[in-house]
Design a protein around this ligand. Structure first.
Ligand code: B1M
Length: 220
């Protein structure tokens, strides 16, 4: 018992460090081993991977690392998520509804969005991924074409926050605002901002995004 507890925290620490150090060649093997040893998936995601990106962000703010290193850590994290994704998503369940989701214009950060997608898929939602650098025009055209139940918008840069409001404005202009719920998220987003721009809800993290999506769909 003690040995397995030790092993689990050891794996968490090793995975976290491997992402911080951008050990992209080793990460998949390490994550597979941790999973084989029954390390908790939530702990791998939250305590190892997301914690690692927080450290990377701090190092970047302190000028200890620069964009290439930050990118290499992001690549490493994506490889780790690639191993975890099939274990979180279910293919059997009947769809709870369709969610279209993208990172707004000017913003290339997609790890958080992809994690939110993984959790939503795991909860039984059908996802249409609109990728990154999503212009308001493209988002609104996609809503008109695919008629999702929810449009999810992600932003990681304070400079790209106004792009979320732009999407909502154009939805209104085109008469589509009442046809779709809009949920927003990302590190610089908070509830106050979501309310200010007229979004239907805000998710702090992937777990909250799933809860919010379920709630929004019961309001239909
Ligand atoms: Co960038 N970057 N980055 N970056 N980057 C941040 C965001 C930053 C905080 C780093 C820092 O300074 N400490 C900073 C932003 C400062 C600010 O605006 N206040 C920053 C900067 C400045 C930049 C550049 C401008 C750097 C430069 O070029 N000088 C540049 C911008 C490029 C662009 O987008 N146009 C840039 C580039 C990059 C890379 C490309 C190198 C890489 C991204 C790779 C990729 O995503 N494919 C990168 C990375 C990796 C980061 C950090 C280190 C990590 C982001 C991440 O993946 N976090 C980040 C620092 C940090 O966040 N600590 C930083 C892990 C992820 C799981 O969390 O995305 O927050 P997060 O998602 C969470 C929640 O926010 C929420 O759920 C997720 C899961 O819990 N969530 C939602 C997210 N979307 C949601 C949607 C929802 C609901 C919840 O509903 C729809």
């Amino acid at each position: 018992m003690e040995e397995s507890t030790y092993k689990m925290s050891d794996y968490i620490e090793q995975i976290k460090q491997a992402v911080v150090d951008a050990k992209h060649k080793d990460i998949e093997e390490l994550v597979k081993r941790a999973i084989d040893e029954k390390t908790d998936l939530d702990m791998i995601v939250n305590n190892a991977l997301i914690s690692a990106m927080d450290i990377v962000g701090m190092k970047f703010s302190d000028n200890e690392i620069f964009v290439p290193e930050m990118l290499a850590s992001a690549v490493t994290m994506k490889k780790a998520l690639g191993i975890i994704k099939p274990l979180l998503t279910r293919k059997d369940a009947k769809s709870r509804g369709t969610i279209m989701i993208g990172t707004v214009k000017g913003d290339l950060h997609d790890i958080g969005k992809n994690l939110v997608i993984m959790m939503l898929e795991g909860a039984g939602f059908r996802i249409i991924d609109l990728g990154v650098d999503l212009s308001a025009e493209r988002a609104v055209a996609a809503v008109a074409e695919f008629k999702p139940d929810i449009l999810g918008l992600s932003a990681l840069l304070t400079t790209t926050l106004p792009a979320m409001e732009e999407v909502i404005k154009i939805l209104k202009t085109k008469g589509l605002r009442d046809s779709v719920k809009v949920m927003v998220g990302g590190a610089p987003v908070d509830l106050k901002f979501a309310q200010k721009i007229g979004a239907d809800g805000y998710g702090k993290d992937a777990a909250e995004a799933v809860q919010l999506a379920k709630t929004l769909l019961t309001q239909n």
